[in-house]
Design a protein around this ligand. Structure first.
Ligand SMILES: Cc1cc2nc3c(=O)[nH]c(=O)nc-3n(C[C@H](O)[C@H](O)[C@H](O)COP(=O)(O)OP(=O)(O)OC[C@H]3O[C@@H](n4cnc5c(N)ncnc54)[C@H](O)[C@@H]3O)c2cc1C
Length: 309
């Protein structure tokens, strides 16, 4: 019950105003968000990319925060930010960094054409700097449009990818279509939104089983896969499957900045490829609420800190 409630709160303007007024930003945001500017995000990525004390450096994926845009000017501003970010990544070479983009930040809620125009502008600019653009997957009502956007981007550049959510019952069919089309460059996640049981698995066991099934399917299909989860059960399953498979394509672990940092350090100690997803920007509220929904003790931590001020 708590998780759907928190996801609902993530979409409420009044709750965002209350969270900002309560000072939650200083207490919790900085754990999960690099800062307000792309310079802040690049600084975090540079620090994480340094090999040190027996640790392999981690690669990066940047996300400019924002979603559910309804004003075309906001969508244009996001496109301009991503183009500037691609140039900054190019200048920061040899930093290995991708960009994660939310379709609704590019104006999918305004029209498909708005989002596609913005995405293709970003992809062309990023391609010129050798930077991969990955589409995030949002609520289930956006999946068809997001896959259509991905196909359009993939026709423009191979430096493109898309997130898939293992909790959705449709995902094996979507994954197979991408495999058959030869464009399965996939970030595999569990899924962060609140979906009905009719279309989505629920509970740890079924979602994990779906995730492992997808991993096998994607690898058998020769896909390029980001294993994007903090779940140690899935990490072990991925290692086992990778050991058993003779010819799998490129793969890496992916984690969110600020979530289970110790696990990331252990991967780097083992010499495993890890990419950290590093968000930045002022529109942190919905992102933060999804992180709290994944682990409500994060909210208790903030409330305790607020009470003790
Ligand atoms: C790189 C990356 C990209 C992602 N992109 C998308 C996307 O495009 N679309 C989408 O819907 N979802 C995306 N997600 C989020 C994902 O769908 C899950 O909501 C999120 O990863 C939590 O699930 P989990 O797989 O880590 O497993 P869980 O079972 O939720 O967690 C595994 C372990 O990690 C801990 N943990 C998980 N989250 C947190 C947290 N916030 N704070 C502290 N501890 C935590 C848990 O307590 C548990 O111990 C992404 C996740 C990652 C890592």
């Amino acid at each position: 019950m708590l998780r759907p409630g928190l996801i609902w709160l993530s979409k409420q303007d009044w709750a965002e105003r209350a969270a900002r007024a309560a000072g939650i930003e200083r207490l919790l945001v900085r754990r999960f968000v690099a800062g307000d500017s792309r310079g802040d995000a690049l600084a975090v990525a540079r620090r994480l990319s340094q090999p040190a004390d027996g640790l392999l450096g981690a690669n990066a994926k940047f996300s400019f925060l924002g979603e559910a845009v309804t004003d075309p000017a906001d969508a244009e501003q996001a496109v301009a930010e991503y183009c500037a970010l691609a140039a900054a990544i190019g200048e920061a070479s040899p930093l290995d960094a991708r960009m994660g983009v939310k379709p609704t930040l590019l104006g999918l809620g305004i029209s498909y054409e708005t989002a596609e125009r913005g995405l293709l502008t970003i992809v062309e600019s990023a391609d010129g700097h050798g930077v991969r653009v990955e589409l995030d997957m949002e609520g289930s009502e956006t999946v068809d449009a997001t896959l259509r956007l991905f196909r359009s981007a993939a026709a423009t550049s191979e430096l493109t990818g898309v997130a898939l959510q293992s909790y959705l019952r449709r995902t094996p069919d979507d994954a197979q279509a991408l495999i058959d089309e030869g464009i399965a460059r996939v970030r595999l996640t569990k899924g962060a939104y609140s979906e009905s049981g009719r279309i989505a698995h629920s509970g740890a066991g079924p979602i994990r089983r779906a995730y492992i099934g997808l991993l096998e399917q994607l690898w058998q299909g020769g896909a390029d896969v980001g294993v994007a989860t903090h779940d140690p059960v899935l990490h072990r399953a991925a290692r086992r499957l990778a050991d058993e498979s003779t010819a799998i394509g490129y793969w890496e672990f992916q984690m969110l900045y600020g979530v289970r940092p110790q696990l990331g350090l252990e991967m780097r100690e083992r010499g495993e490829r890890l990419r950290m997803s590093i968000p930045y920007g002022e529109r942190w509220y919905p992102y933060l609420m999804r992180r709290i929904a994944e682990r409500p003790s994060n909210a208790l931590f903030a409330l305790r800190a607020l009470a003790g001020r």
